[in-house]
Design a protein around this ligand. Structure first.
Ligand SMILES: [Zn+2]
Length: 56
């Protein structure tokens, strides 16, 4: 990750749910966690752990 968030609420990257694989637009938090934008911070499946999707 070379880019750093510059403004709140704008997706910077993508996050994939580690449980169901759903991909959300996301922000990278200050402590290097992925936070999906437009949710309460967890996936619709209830999981709150995300990982970067595989790069193409
Ligand atoms: Zn999920």
């Amino acid at each position: 990750m070379e880019r750093k968030p510059e403004a709140g609420g704008i997706p910077q990257t993508f996050a994939r749910c580690t449980e169901c694989g759903t991909i959300y637009p996301a922000q990278l938090t200050d402590d290097d966690n992925l936070r999906p934008v437009g949710t309460d911070g967890s996936c619709s499946c209830g999981n709150d752990e995300f990982e970067p999707p595989a790069l193409q």
